[in-house]
Design a protein around this ligand. Sequence first.
Ligand code: NDP
Ligand code: OXD
Length: 306
Amino acid sequence: MLLKSDSRDQEWVRAFFEVMPDLQVRVWPDIGDPSEINCALLWGPPPGLFEGLDSLEVIFSIGAGVDSLLDCPGLPVTVPIIRMVEPELTAGMVEFCLFHVLRFHRLMHRYQHQQTERHWQDLPQVPARETTVGIMGMGVLGTALVKQLHSLDYRVIGYRRQEGGDGTVEMFHGEAQFEAFMRQTTILVLLLPATAQTRHIINQDTLGLLPSGGYLINAGRGELVDEGDLLSALQSGWLQGAALDVFETEPLPQESPLWNHPNVFLTPHVASITHPASACRYIADAIQDYRSGKTWPYQVRLNQGY
Ligand code: NDP
Ligand code: OXD
């Protein structure tokens, strides 16, 4: 196993040892003979990493998102790429989104300003069932979030490319239903991957479809949102607030006006992280299943915008 990690090399090596004690883990860049390597677990691979990996059979992504992997020059396109799906990563993302949904719905951002000004004024308490949370990106993370939002009685709607869904949530699909989805959404949650189709999917025009006074939570990727358009929508008051974990440029540049906006809450791409212990169990199970004839789980569909 070739490991190029997210700066937690030793934690990953220990986790692999617990789950697959016989596995030889070679930590980038000290990888020995590249032709002996048949699996890789990667986050942000540098150009040149794939050189000489002639026996590579599968690539696991440390992250749920595979955009940085797909952008890496020399990526072997015939080798299966497997997305990370593990319970702690999912739980962390659900917590992050839930926290911000509750913050906005219960107007905590406004009470926070009142506290700064030492002046209280009661604000309306709108029942959760009268607040519509719209989720774009109804995959592993979006679907897990729906369950928790429902348990708190929120009205949840979802948007995807094609018709489908498990029937637990009202779904909108395709370009034709996008406007209807946006017009009904009070709190928009982005859990989409960064692809050619999703770049700047949130812009002046699409923000204009939200009802006035809405909110945005972006935990997907920075590329999804045109930050200039987002700022205009916040400054005009069309959007009342935003919680952003991901940005067009990361780390967020010092000069970005987002830092100082009173109703914008920023975190440095930490909405959720992959936990090595459960991730290694996922990888071990996937390898074992594959060897016994099953297909790889969560394989990236390169030709479908994945
Ligand atoms: P999935 O692949 O399971 O879900 C993504 C969903 O997005 C798919 O179900 C797909 O649905 C939908 N989708 C893709 N393109 C479009 C489009 N053009 N329009 C509408 N829907 C689209 O991924 P995960 O749920 O596991 O993760 C989602 C993203 O969250 C990751 O790609 C990553 O960018 C981000 N992430 C961020 C983290 C952070 O810390 N900030 C941590 C983990 C993940 P369909 O095919 O039905 O259209
Ligand atoms: C991921 C991430 O994609 O942390 O998992 O961004």
